[in-house]
Unconditional design. Structure first.
Length: 188
């Protein structure tokens, strides 16, 4: 069996606050990584952590996140999968990254989540709906509902996830010894 890593993230902000109120947990963002150090991690979120208005498919930038959100809390989880599923998912993420500016955050979909109604606008996703969809596409179905209705809370409650860490991202990075002698984060 292979491993994938999913982080549930609690960051400040207006939209994050709305999401927290709707889903009723503090973690309002979901990130997928192919390694426990989050050197290669992807999500649908802010293109620049400091600017909430421009969002889409991104490769996470840990040093930038630490600068903008030094008190960001993470819940890092591990998910088992087959080698084939991991390979296909990695290929899919790389293909999406090449076309990253075609993917956008689905703000219009948020009221539909609240009303519990499936909704899909081409190439528009929330972080959790994107992850649920690509997981489905590679045969790693995690939820028994339409991908557009999947929220960070669903990932939080997913029994298949093994929690590895819960706390500040800065502590996680330090505990994983991801800093070089110059104080730079490795792999980003």
């Amino acid at each position: 069996m292979e491993k994938l890593y999913i982080a549930l993230v609690d960051t400040p902000g207006f939209f994050a606050d709305i999401i927290r109120r709707v889903i009723k947990i503090s973690y309002c963002h979901v990130v997928l990584s192919f390694d426990a150090d989050f050197r290669e991690a992807y999500s649908v979120g802010r293109r620049d952590p400091a600017i909430p208005f421009f969002a889409g498919f991104i490769r996470e930038n840990t040093p930038k996140i630490l600068r903008v959100f030094p008190k960001a809390r993470y819940r890092v989880c591990e998910l088992s999968c087959t080698a084939e599923q991991k390979k296909r998912l990695w290929e899919k993420m790389n293909a999406c990254y090449k076309k990253r500016f075609r993917y956008h955050y689905c703000i219009i979909g948020l009221p539909f989540i609240w009303m519990q109604k499936p909704f899909y606008q081409k190439n528009h996703y929330t972080c959790s709906s994107f992850l649920a969809r690509v997981m489905d596409d590679v045969g790693l179905t995690l939820f028994e509902k339409h991908f557009s209705m999947v929220t960070p809370r669903d990932f939080y409650e997913l029994e298949r996830l093994q929690v590895l860490y819960e706390g500040y991202l800065s502590d996680y990075v330090m505990n994983r010894h991801l800093f070089s002698e110059k104080g730079e984060v490795y792999g980003t």
